[in-house]
Design a protein around this ligand. Structure first.
Ligand SMILES: NC(=O)c1ccc[n+]([C@@H]2O[C@H](COP(=O)([O-])OP(=O)(O)OC[C@H]3O[C@@H](n4cnc5c(N)ncnc54)[C@H](OP(=O)(O)O)[C@@H]3O)[C@@H](O)[C@H]2O)c1
Length: 325
C-alpha cells in the first residue's frame, strides 16, 4: 500500500504516523508533505527516514491513499491533484464535509456511507466524532431528538501552535513575564474562552454548528436538533463534552450503560473520565450517566476522548483500513 500524508508535521499529521506504526499497517511507500517551512526536514516511520516535500501536481502519482491534515484552503488546493492521481483522499479539514458527494464517516457509526465515495472521504469534526461515539449506541435503538451540549476543548484542537501557546504562557506567567496571545483570542493559561470559530448572525460559532450539521449527515437524520456551546480550556489534549440528550422514548441509566459498553470504540467509566486519563488512546469514555431532571425521556452524560486520535488521526486511519478491506 502506498500512502501520502499532507500536513505530516502538524499535530494530526504526526499522530497519523504514530498510529500507522502502532497498527503496523502494510505501508510499502510513504510520502510526507508539508509547507516550504518543513521541506527537506526528515521524519521517521519505523526505521525509515523520509524527507518532507512540498507537494506539486505530480507528487500524488502512484499513491493509493492520501491522508489530509491541513487547513481548508490547502485541502481545496490539493484535492483536485489527488483526484487526478486517482488516490483516495481522506480529509481532516472541514472543506468537503457537507458536500453531498463526499461521505462523512465514523467507521463504527456509518461505515456503509463509504460505499458511495467518489475519491474524497471526509473525517468529521472532533467534537462531533467524540460526542456521537457516546450518542450513537443510544440513537440506534431509541432515536435522539435533541442534544444540548457544552464542550471543553483542548488547546491541541487548534494544532501544534495551540499547545505551544498554552505552554509558553504558563512559563511566562511563572517567570513574571506578560503572556502573549497569538493563536487564541484571549490568554488561555488559567482561563477559558467560550468561542471556537467565528460567530454566525444568531450568535453560534462555526464549531458549534458543525456538531448539529455533521451529526445530521452522519446519522442521516435531518430533524436532529443540537444546541452547543464550545469552550477552549487550558488542557493539552482530549476534548470533554457534557450532553443532555432527549430520546424518543424513556431509557434507563442501566440500559444506556449496557448499550454504550456493547458498542465498539466507546466505554462506560467506573467513575468519570478526564482529559488526562483519556489522552493518547482511541476509546471514547462516558461517565456520569444519569436521568435528565428536566425531561422524562432525557439522559445527561459526560464524555471524553482524545481528539487528535479518535477525533482526527485514528478515525482517518480506521477509514483507510475499512477501505483496504
Ligand atoms: N488538532 C486537532 O485536534 C484536529 C482535530 C480534527 C481535525 N483537525 C483538522 O486537521 C487539520 C490539521 O490540523 P492540525 O491540528 O494538525 O494543524 P497544525 O498542527 O497547525 O498542522 C498543520 C499542517 O499543515 C501544514 N501546512 C501548512 N501550510 C501548508 C501548505 N501551504 N502546504 C502544505 N502543508 C501546509 C503544516 O506544515 P508546516 O509544519 O510546514 O507548517 C502542518 O504540517 C485541520 O484542518 C484541522 O482543522 C484537527
Amino acid at each position: 500500500m502506498k500512502v501520502g500524508i499532507l500536513g505530516a508535521t502538524g499535530a494530526v499529521g504526526k499522530e497519523m504516523l504514530k498510529v500507522m506504526e502502532e497498527k503496523n499497517l502494510p505501508v510499502d511507500e510513504l510520502r510526507l508533505f508539508a509547507s516550504s517551512r518543513s521541506a527537506g526536514k526528515v521524519m521517521k516511520f519505523h526505521d525509515r527516514e523520509i524527507i518532507i516535500e512540498v507537494a506539486d501536481e505530480h507528487s500524488f502519482d502512484g499513491l493509493d491513499y492520501v491522508l489530509g491534515a491541513v487547513e481548508n484552503e490547502q485541502s481545496k488546493m490539493y484535492a483536485p491533484m489527488i483526484q487526478k492521481a486517482k488516490a483516495i483522499y481522506i480529509d481532516n479539514s472541514s472543506a468537503f464535509r457537507l458536500d453531498p458527494d463526499v461521505p462523512l464517516v465514523v467507521p463504527q457509526i456509518n461505515p456503509d456511507a463509504l460505499k458511495n465515495h467518489q475519491g474524497i472521504i471526509a473525517n468529521p469534526n472532533c467534537v462531533t466524532i467524540i460526542g456521537l461515539m457516546a450518542c450513537a449506541p443510544l440513537h440506534q435503538v431509541n432515536p435522539i431528538k435533541r442534544i444540548i451540549a457544552s464542550s471543553y476543548q483542548a488547546v491541541s484542537g487548534a494544532g501544534a501552535a495551540g499547545m505551544d501557546e498554552l505552554l509558553k504562557q504558563m512559563n511566562d506567567l511563572h517567570e513574571d513575564r506578560e503572556p502573549v496571545a497569538e493563536v487564541f483570542s484571549h490568554q488561555i493559561a488559567y482561563n477559558l474562552i467560550p468561542q471556537i470559530g467565528g460567530f454566525d448572525e444568531v450568535g453560534y460559532t462555526s464549531e458549534e454548528m458543525k456538531f448539529q450539521n455533521e451529526s445530521r449527515k452522519i446519522l442521516s437524520d435531518s430533524e436532529l436538533k443540537v444546541s452547543c456551546t464550545c469552550v477552549r480550556v487550558p488542557v493539552l489534549r482530549s476534548h470533554s463534552i457534557s450532553m443532555n440528550i432527549e430520546l424518543t422514548n424513556e431509557m434507563s441509566v442501566q440500559q444506556a450503560k449496557e448499550l454504550i459498553n456493547a458498542f465498539e470504540g466507546v466505554q462506560v467509566s467506573e467513575t468519570y473520565p478526564t482529559p488526562m486519563e483519556t489522552s493518547n488512546q482511541d476509546t471514547v469514555f462516558v461517565g456520569r450517566i444519569r436521568k435528565d431532571l428536566t425531561c422524562d425521556k432525557g439522559l445527561a452524560l459526560w464524555c471524553c476522548g482524545d481528539q487528535i486520535r479518535k477525533g482526527a488521526a485514528s478515525n482517518a486511519i480506521e477509514i483507510m483500513e475499512a477501505l483496504m478491506k
